[in-house]
Write a protein that binds this ligand. Structure first.
Ligand code: ZN
Length: 153
């Protein structure tokens, strides 16, 4: 990645809640498509118990929890590697997948933005600037990640 790309990502990663930009080519590559429904349920149960049914970003408990895969991308080897799976509440999860999830549909957008502002202690103007950086980074990554192999275990 270029120095500018690294700088954008470094600045985004200082936020408590920020979108994990992943190459578009990997959107459908996920654990839940590989595993049976039963095995997926077993893994989710283990993750939720390990995380004490608490969102691992904002700390909320007693809310709907999602199992979120944390992927690492090795751009030089065009490799996608599963690093962890964590429990997230719905607004945190929608923020992580900013722009490519139901969370950015009009009906949910306000909740997603408000949650981001609250968690990061930022303003709506900050959010607008942040979104531009996320999409710039996402566009750069899509161009760099044309082919990939997937190694999830
Ligand atoms: Zn949360």
């Amino acid at each position: 990645m270029s120095e500018a790309t690294k700088l954008i990502e470094e600045n985004l990663s200082k936020l408590k809640l920020w979108a994990n930009t992943v190459p578009k080519q990997t959107f459908q590559v996920n654990l839940w498509h590989v595993l049976s429904e039963k095995d997926g349920d077993i893994i989710r149960t283990v993750i939720y118990k390990r995380d004490n049914y608490r969102c691992q970003i904002c700390g909320k408990k007693s809310v709907q929890i999602h199992a979120h895969e944390q992927w690492k991308f090795d751009y030089s080897k065009e490799l996608q590697i599963l690093e962890d799976i964590i429990s997230l509440c719905t607004p945190c999860h929608y923020n992580i997948h900013l722009g490519y999830s139901g969370g950015f549909e009009k009906s949910e957008r306000e909740k997603v933005i408000t949650h981001w502002c609250n968690i990061n202690q930022k303003t709506r103007e900050d959010f607008s600037a942040y979104v531009l950086n996320v999409f710039a980074l996402s566009t750069i990554k899509e161009k760099k990640f044309i082919f990939f192999s997937s190694s999830i275990f």
